[in-house]
Design a protein around this ligand. Sequence first.
Ligand code: CTP
Ligand code: MG
Length: 172
Amino acid sequence: MDSSIISVLTLAAYSIYFMLPAYLSNVSALTFGGGTPLDLGRSLKDGRRILGDGVTWRGTIIGPIVGTTIGTLQGIVAGDIIFGATLGLSLGGGAIIGDACGSFIKRRIKIERGRPAPIMDQLDFAVGALVFASLVVNIPFNMIILIIIITVFFHLGANIIAYLLGMKNVWY
Ligand code: CTP
Ligand code: MG
């Protein structure tokens, strides 16, 4: 195989491994989330919910815990537990914050909870994770681009599976 293809595939594999705390944080919020909404049902002056029923306390707490756990395991593999845990918390917590920011923006532009906001729905958590991870580690620009491309496909794939399992009402 062409060496440039191999280097892209290697970077893609590394990018997925790097993003695991963010991906699993997001998936665990989706799987184990639910219950009391983070905004406690409150609305802003525009008469719309601050975040909506899709952002819950349970998901918000579980996501960063899972991200930190995965990051710690990666830190053990790499030989630096503290760094791994810190990066895992940044990625896992950043993912949840990014997702909540996405919901906040959706409510402000009058998109109901669970209704689609293409591109933002796929990328809000990844952008949040990358922003917070950037505080801890330098992420090369080509890796950021690759992560964004991979995430769009992963997110759509995961949502279709969640829809088929009855965990989501829409496939996107
Ligand atoms: N979830 C959660 N807590 C979070 C994030 C997600 O409990 N902090 C769970 C909720 O059950 C939510 C589901 O994961 O319904 C899917 O998340 P997401 O697609 O981001 O929310 P939506 O329900 O689509 O709502 P929104 O329109 O605000 O994106
Ligand atoms: Mg959504």
